[in-house]
Design a binder for this molecule. Sequence first.
Ligand SMILES: [Zn+2]
Length: 80
Amino acid sequence: MGGGNGCKAKKAQERKAAHAQTGSKAKSQLKSNAKAQNIICQQCKQSFMCTTNEGQMRQHAESRHPTYTAHDCFPDHIPA
Ligand SMILES: [Zn+2]
């Protein structure tokens, strides 16, 4: 008798664990999506992937905002 109950409980627990895993996976995906574009040009508010390197930021500043420095466009990423 007792054995049957234990098996049932284990199954329910496994299902619960699987569900929790799916939930956290979807959540982390959402989080990484938001994180993927976290560089924003302060002059034109264009967003860039977080993988954008300094050279690309400087290039954007030079071609789009010749009157500003790269630091003006990306103060958090380009030192003054
Ligand atoms: Zn810009």
